[in-house]
Design a binder for this molecule. Structure first.
Ligand code: G3P
Ligand code: MG
Length: 242
């Protein structure tokens, strides 16, 4: 699996509204080759791009994503909270974002983000949809903080690679990763350590670090052997796009 070394966080980082098709287009226009985004189920069980379990922070809607129908979600503005330039930007269905990634040649890390109590169902539906869209193409990397979601994704689409997403990797991270058949380990920059990188390297596991917005820090991590950094500042890391 060829992982781009710089991955745009939530589609386009700070340059576009998070988890939107506009963000994917901005990332591609910046020369970024990889993107990360968050996927949750709507009230109708459709995988959509959104980070929070509620609509208020990133859209003009209200209430819980898991209790909102696709028809209601389709009416929302997911761009104005970022800036007037993106007013009217829709809240995208995962399938549309996946197809746009393919059209733009973007590698994708699909973060499975279950709302409370929907871990296995979200893992299953996201993996099934991803396998459909990326059939015959370089597959995306699925990841999740939820072990139940990762297990369900493996059962539904075993051929899709998975990443164990942690804030601070537990001492037994490698055993968990092996048990779940994950290919990569992801951790917060706040919990990165040279020792963790050594452990990952010794185990042959690529380590990905989020969210690194200081270009000097990003370059230091990449030079040390971190496989990739997730960043909101794709504008500041152009030289590492390859
Ligand atoms: O997948 C890396 C990163 O996106 C995890 O944190 O909260 O931004 O989804 P969050
Ligand atoms: Mg994420």
């Amino acid at each position: 699996m060829a992982i781009p070394r710089v991955i745009a966080h939530r589609c386009g980082g700070i340059l576009a509204p998070e988890n939107t098709l506009a963000g994917l287009r901005v990332a591609a226009a910046q020369g970024c080759r990889g993107v990360e985004f968050d996927v949750m189920l709507s009230g109708d069980g459709t995988p959509i791009l959104i980070h929070d379990e509620t609509l208020e922070r990133t859209t003009d809607g209200q209430g819980r994503v898991a209790e909102t129908s696709d028809a209601e979600l389709a009416r929302l503005d997911a761009g104005s909270r970022h800036s007037t330039q993106f007013a009217g930007e829709p809240l995208p269905a995962f399938g549309d974002a996946a197809e746009l990634c393919l059209a733009l040649g973007l590698w994708a890390n699909v973060e499975i983000k279950p709302s409370l109590g929907t871990d296995a169902e979200t893992g299953r539906r996201v993996a099934v949809r991803a396998a459909e869209v990326w059939r015959g193409s370089q597959p995306p990397l699925l990841s999740s903080f939820s072990l139940a979601a990762l297990e369900a994704a493996r059962t539904a689409a075993p051929a899709l690679p998975r990443g164990l997403l942690t804030e601070a990797p537990p001492a037994d991270w490698l055993a968990i990763l092996r048990r779940l058949g994950c290919a990569t380990l992801h951790c917060s920059r706040d919990h990165f350590s040279a020792r963790l990188l050594d452990e990952a390297r010794a185990a042959g596991v690529p380590l990905l670090v989020y969210t690194v917005n200081d270009p000097e820090e990003a370059v230091t991590l990449l030079r040390a052997g971190v496989a990739a950094v997730f960043t909101d500042r794709i504008d500041l890391l152009p030289g590492w796009a390859e």
